[in-house]
Design a protein around this ligand. Structure first.
Ligand SMILES: NC(=O)N[C@@H](CC(=O)O)C(=O)O
Length: 471
């Protein structure tokens, strides 16, 4: 890709403030080469490849050979701010998201303080707006302090400026069935959804990895599949009983897929996500005791990976969500039992999906747009995202070079987390450009147009962070 240079837009331009952009010869999901003229924050015109003239002052983005997808939407991101800015901030997480092709992320509530009040969710939402690289939509906690005892102020979060629609105690399970029932009943009135972290706490006390052959060989306390499956089974029955919307976070076992299939066939209003790492990696990797592979839920078996891939292909699992969980080096670079759980994922998600689902023939690019953009936008009620790239629609898009291959180099990532399980793996695909509301935020694989008053911050962290390798 190359761009002809008119002055680069800087700062968090509001809707319509960016100069027009002509994306030339991008491959849309139907396969045909198309020109897209972006103006006023929207797709103003489309035409056959090479047919549209660039208006005066427009930036031209040459996109021959690139696939254009609607901007990606992550339903499950840990941005860590407020409270753990040593792990990630809204700014560094937004950079990682934009470089990964995302135009919206849902920021999980397990911050410090917990995002369980209108004040905290508004703070996170405002920080996201100030950074202006992606739309940051806060997730509200289901229970006060994630303690699982009292419902948080769900209504106040929903009606705040942050317009929270997804509620989750992620990192912890809402285990009390009465509380879960009340939460499901309550979110109905705000068109919200409870996103459950399905993990029976008693069955997983002290658990370190998936319970199976490898855990018994290594002598690590096992985390049985049933600890996830039992909670999902209970919750789909509860959601059915009260007629509410349920979303299941990071599904990781073949048994969970079977329960979801049953629930959907029965008409339960349930959706589910799977992480990229559960689509590619297995518990065999734990044999080296490298804590980079320690994650919640744990990496499972090859049979689980196969079942999860099939479930995405047949729609039983609706969404791929990153569960991007950055941790400081000192929290990961230690003995297995002491290490924090979690993996980074924003900057590798699309490549892992291409590797696990596209190159295996299970998904086409239109399906990728569904699982990484339109379905998560619908579940999170982000009306402005996940829309087709058609005239009049919001101009959120990502241009991907599917023919690129590159080794993953976490030290070049924009996230502060270095805990990528793909270090050194060669993965396909490269995000070449990301456009938010008609304004390019990534071009040629590097960030552009950040707020000028953050230049010092960028320099100290080595930004802009170009992706490794060439297109
Ligand atoms: N997914 C993870 O392994 N970690 C998450 C929370 C969690 O434990 O689910 C985190 O916040 O670090």
């Amino acid at each position: 890709m190359s761009t002809t240079d008119t002055p680069a837009p800087t700062g968090a331009a509001g809707e319509g403030a960016a100069p027009p952009v002509l994306v030339r010869r991008a491959r849309l999901l139907g396969g045909e080469e198309t020109d897209l003229l972006l103006a006023g924050g929207r797709v103003a015109r489309t035409g056959p490849g090479g047919s549209l003239e660039a208006p005066d002052g427009a930036r031209v983005v040459e996109a021959a050979g690139l696939v254009a997808l609607p901007g990606l939407v992550d339903l499950h991101t840990h941005l860590r701010e407020p409270g753990r800015e040593d792990a990630e901030t809204v700014r560094t997480g937004s950079r990682a998201a934009a470089l990964g092709g995302f135009t919206a992320v849902h920021a999980m509530a397990n911050t410090d303080p917990v995002a369980d009040t209108a004040g905290v969710v508004e703070q996170v939402w405002r920080l996201g707006r100030e950074v202006g690289l992606v739309d940051v939509r806060p997730v509200g906690a289901v229970t006060v302090g994630l303690a699982g005892e009292r419902l948080a102020e769900l209504g106040a979060m929903a009606t705040s400026a942050a317009r929270v629609r997804v509620f989750s105690d992620d990192g912890r399970c809402v285990h009390d069935p009465v509380l879960m029932r009340r939460a499901l009943e309550y979110v109905r009135s705000v068109d919200g959804v409870v996103a459950q972290h399905a993990q029976d706490p008693r069955l997983t006390e002290g658990a370190q990895m998936h319970e199976g052959v490898v855990s018994s060989v290594l002598g690590l306390r096992g985390w049985p599949a049933v600890a996830e499956e039992a909670v999902i089974a209970r919750d789909v029955l509860l959601a059915d009983h009260v007629g509410s919307r349920l979303h299941v976070c990071h599904v990781s076992t073949a048994g969970s897929v079977e329960i979801l299939r049953w629930a959907k066939a029965r008409g339960v209003d349930v959706t589910a996500e799977v992480t990229p790492h559960h689509l590619l990696l297995t518990d065999e990797l734990v044999r080296g005791y490298d804590p980079v592979y320690k994650v919640n839920p744990p990496l499972r078996t090859r049979a689980d990976v196969e079942a999860l891939r099939e479930a995405v292909a047949d729609g039983t699992v609706d969404v791929v969500a990153t569960d991007h969980a950055p941790h400081p080096v000192e929290d990961k670079d230690c003995e297995w039992a002491a290490a924090a759980m979690g993996m980074t994922g924003l900057e590798t998600a699309l490549s892992v999906v291409q590797e696990a689902l596209v190159e295996t023939g299970l998904l086409g690019w239109a399906d990728v747009a569904r699982v990484l953009s339109s379905a998560p936008a619908r579940i999170g009620r982000l009306e402005d995202h996940g829309r087709p790239l058609a005239e009049g629609e919001p101009a959120h898009l990502v241009l991907v070079d599917p023919a690129a291959r590159r080794p993953v180099a976490p030290e070049q990532h924009a996230t502060q987390g270095r805990n990528s399980p793909y270090r050194g793996m060669e993965l396909p695909g490269r995000v070449v450009a990301t456009v938010l509301r008609g304004r390019p935020v990534v071009l040629d694989g590097a960030l552009v147009g950040e707020q000028p008053d953050d230049a010092h911050l960028g320099a100290s962290r080595g930004a802009p962070h170009g992706a490794a390798g060439a297109s």
